[in-house]
Design a protein. Sequence first.
Length: 363
Amino acid sequence: MKEQLFEMVDSLKEELIQEVCNLVSINSIKDTPLNDAPFGKGCKEVLDYIVDLGKQDGFLTKNVDGYMAYVQSHPGDKHIGVFGHLDVVSVEGEWMYPPFSATIADGRIYGRGALDNKGPIMAAYYALKALKKVGATLKYPIRIVFGADEESGMSDIEYYLKKEPLPYMGFTPDNKFPAIYGYRGRAVVSVTGNKEAIREVMDLYFKDENPLHKIGIYRYDEDFKELILRNVRVVNEEPMEFVFTLCYGKCDIEEVIQAMQKEVSNVTFKIVSNSPYILKDKKEPLVLTLNRVYNEVMHQQLQPTTTTGMTYANKCSTIIPFGPSFPGQNGIAHLPNEWMNIEDLVLCCKIYAYALYCLANQG
């Protein structure tokens, strides 16, 4: 079945590329809500496009009140779910090509959303289409779910999960390979004080390559490794305030902040938002299956890994991140000149096709 699927994906390559370009050409930056479009006109347009495409390809389809839309292989509530998003971030900066032109150059598709996340979720869609075309037998239905508010808080999936059944298992193609079994917690920390104290603290500690070590804070665990401090920025001049983000693993984040406060006592540290870390069992069937599929296709022997990035998997407990970035690739998702390599797009589609076949016939 694997080779049969791969041959089918190759035969669908040009169609896949064209449909990714069609999606990238739609400006789906979140905008003013409308009656039937909670995230604005562009997000509605892109969800409507997917529903129409799914109908044309003979899938079951549904638009969930403008929050998300899905295509599904055949009826059934107990399903394999793939969650990706069609909303995109803004387009500041200088671009070689217009950000919604979906320009193909140098073996890449350029445009906002090409990598994050229109290309990868269409790779999953075409994986499902390949399964349909080869006549694969599926024990469970496969549902590809397209979101429209991932970049602005994930209210789309929160709404969706109140209306639709939780998938039996699945993944989101919005991070990296191989299979990911843990997601670091993320705490945004505010630092306040008088201007002199704030500037002194920023100069003394936060201009260092590793502010935590400079302060004397060390935390480490085998799954997530060291704490990561990033996104330091001044948010107020009067009163003076700066914030930073702490990405953390198996530790008590309140205790970490208390330790920082003890070492740097002339300013005040306060957690203003916190998303706890999530750690799954590396040996659970979903993780093992996706990791085996990746290694088998890529002829590698990598172990499941953890991530700092937040995805729909932080909101949906039965899925994990899986692709699309390969080991060693740098993140370009939110930058000017965003692109996705066409060879990677096709390879992702093959990995997802085989992964979906394995998941849908498991258990």
